[in-house]
Structure formats: C-alpha cells, structure tokens
Ligand binder design. Structure first.
Ligand SMILES: [Zn+2]
Ligand SMILES: [Zn+2]
Length: 382
C-alpha cells in the first residue's frame, strides 16, 4: 500500500510499504478515505521528537471498514468509521475512567501512558496517511458514522482529533454560557476551541495569533481577532472587560510558540494566558509541550531543551487560577460532536484549506510547515 513515510527532518516520501493487516482478533482493517496533516505531525516532521525514520504518519483518520477480526462483534464491514487518534484498550484503570488519552495497556513503555497512530513515544502503531490502517480494539475505538458519512467526510474527520481537542480545551477551561473566553493560537486546534466555546454559548471569544489569514478565519466564525504582532492581547481583553480579563482561556499553540519574528519562547502563550485571564479563571492547555525537545538543544534556551518552561507561576498562583493540561480523551466527546455535525449544528470543515491526493503529501507538509499563507488544514484522500 502507499503511505506517507518519515525520512528524517523535513523529509517525507510517499512510497509502498507492507499492507496493514489484521493482527489481533479484536482488530479492524480500515480503507482510509480521508486523513489529515496535523500541527503535531509538524513537530515530528521537523525532527523535534523521537519519531523514528521509516514510520508512517497520520493520526486523524476516517475510512471504510474492509475487514474485521473474529472477535469484533459491533462494527461491520462496509461501515464508515472515524478513529480517535488515541489508541485505547477500554479495560485498563484509565480507560475505565474515560481517560483513553492515558491508556495504560496500549503504551508499551511501562512508565508511560497513552498511545496513538503514527506518533512519537506513543506506541508502535502505524499512521493512517496510507491506503489501509490497522485499528486495535475496533469495537471500542471506532466511532461509526451514519448515511451522510461519505458526503461529510471533511466534517467527520475532524472528530479524530482537532474538534474534540479544541472542545477539551474549553472543558478544562470550564467555558459556560455567557463566558468571555480567550483562545491563544488560531491554528486548526485554536479554531476548534473558539468554535467549541461559541457552541457552548460563550458571549465573547477572542482569538489571539499573529497570522492574518488565521485571524480572518477566526473572525469568519464569530471570534474577535487579536493580532499579537500589533497589540498586547491582555491589554485589549482587559480594556473590554472593565480591567478584569477574560473569564477563562485556552492555549492552543504549544512549545514552539514564537513571536512574529520567529523567535521561539515556549512560555510566550502560557504567560499571555495567565495575564489575560482574570482571578480564579480556569486555563485549558492543549498545545503540545514535551519533556524533552531534541531540536531545542541547539537553541539558546537550555531549559526548554529539557522541557522546562519558565512560566509566571507566581502570578498564576496569586490569581488563584487553575490549569488543565494534556492530550484530549477523544472518545469522551466524539459521539456528541458527531451528532452536532449530523444535526447540522456544527461544521468543523470550515477549517479545511486544501484537499489533496496522498501523492501531494511532501509538498503539503512543506507548505504547512512553512506556515505559508492560506495553508490552514490539509485533508488527504488516499
Ligand atoms: Zn492531530
Ligand atoms: Zn486502556
């Protein structure tokens, strides 16, 4: 089968690899029809993780079931399914609590938790930027789609990661109807966080970024754009809230946060959030931060290479804020978000800028990595 293979920093190729196949009785085999490139693929693409060369990318996957293992009883051949990026077992201590993002049995390293398709440090599972994908514990992991699956693939594929991840950010930030919410980062996940806050009935949502195309997209869905290259976001937000700040906020950028000149500072958006949110506000951090940054070792900041991010903790403590962190438990939200799409209440495909064939992946990775104008979210059809 054809697949997008990691060849080393800033190099991917589309080539033939052995077909994915059923390996365990509980597996599904899915013919991938839609798969996305994600911002977290870029951390791996840039060589800023331990992702091994030769592995297949792709954790945002949707497709048609073409084969089921003998122990699969619910999911049927021919059904369209969307797969949470989390690979989970359903029976460990974490999965039983709904925390499929930190599943204990699918992660082979005993001191780690959590597994994903095509992801650094998250198990051996191949990605779905390929013609076929093996899905472990298919009955548990696959979310089945209705009759509109084929025509709305670009909406439903967002259930694999970015829509639930954006939603999870707003859950950790405890966004409620009427809240005034600030979102740092207007990339795909930030867009989904802003969109989720509005679905929950937030009264005002600010989207902070320095990329004009991303801000324009956030404005289109009803957020208030704040260009951090031109203004101080917390000043704008405090001016609009009697000096108090937003009720809550989300961080959707991660450790490669940088200023408009490209200077990286992993604490930039976290400190912006602590400043812009009022006393006792809740912060949801879904931007990726890692315990070690292989690419950061040459950087000036020795601390950040070791995953140490100096944030304004004194101010955060003084303000009595709480912070939720980590990857999203997709399964906790994907069913309800699927039904919002099916019921015409949500259209997360607004974020899609490019729909391409798998063969165009190397060019798309390059454009997305360069943050070239207009390259917001790439959807591939293998
Ligand atoms: Zn993703
Ligand atoms: Zn588990």
């Amino acid at each position: 089968m054809k697949a997008v293979v990691y060849e080393g920093p800033r190099k991917v190729s589309v080539k033939d690899v052995p077909d994915a196949r059923i390996e365990e009785p509980t597996d599904l085999l899915v013919r991938i029809t839609t798969t996305n490139i994600c911002g977290s693929d870029l951390h791996m693409y840039e060589g800023r993780t331990s992702f091994e060369t030769g592995r297949v990318f792709g954790h945002e996957n949707l497709g048609e079931v073409v084969e089921v293992g003998p122990a699969v009883s619910k999911v049927k051949v021919g059904e369209y399914v969307v797969l949470p990026f989390n690979v989970a077992c359903g029976h460990c201590k974490q999965c039983e609590k709904g925390l499929t993002n930190y599943c204990l049995t699918m992660q082979p390293v005993p001191e780690l938790a959590g597994a994903a398709y095509g992801f650094a440090d998250m198990g051996p599972y191949q990605g779905g930027q390929a013609e076929l994908l093996r899905v472990p514990y298919g009955d548990f992991n696959a979310l089945r789609l209705g009759e509109d699956a084929e025509e709305r693939q670009t909406d439903y594929v967002m259930l694999a990661d970015i829509f639930p991840t954006g939603y999870h950010a707003t859950e950790m930030a405890q966004v409620k109807p009427g809240d005034q919410t600030v979102i740092f980062g207007a990339g795909p996940v930030g867009q989904m966080a802003a969109y989720s806050a509005m679905l929950k009935g937030a009264s005002r949502v600010w989207a902070v970024d320095h990329q004009p195309d991303r801000l324009a997209l956030a404005e289109k869905i009803g957020a208030i754009p704040v260009n951090s290259a031109e203004v101080n976001p917390s000043e704008v937000i405090k001016d609009a809230t009697l000096g108090l700040g937003a009720d809550n906020g989300c961080e959707c950028v991660g450790y490669q946060a940088h200023d408009p000149q490209g200077h990286e500072d992993a604490s930039l958006t976290l400190n912006g959030l602590i400043d812009a949110v009022r006393f006792t506000g809740h912060l949801g951090v879904v931007g990726v931060f890692l315990p070690e940054d292989p690419g950061g070792k040459e950087a000036q900041n020795e601390l950040e290479a070791q995953g140490k991010v100096p944030i304004d903790f004194g101010m955060m403590w003084f303000k009595g804020q709480t912070m939720g962190t980590g990857q999203a438990p997709v399964k906790k939200y994907n069913r309800a978000l699927r039904d919002l799409i099916a019921g015409d209440k949500a259209r997360p495909s607004f974020v899609v800028s490019h729909e391409i064939d798998l063969a165009q992946a190397p060019d798309a990775y390059n454009n997305f990595d360069e943050r070239n104008d207009g390259w917001t979210k790439v959807v591939m059809h293998p």
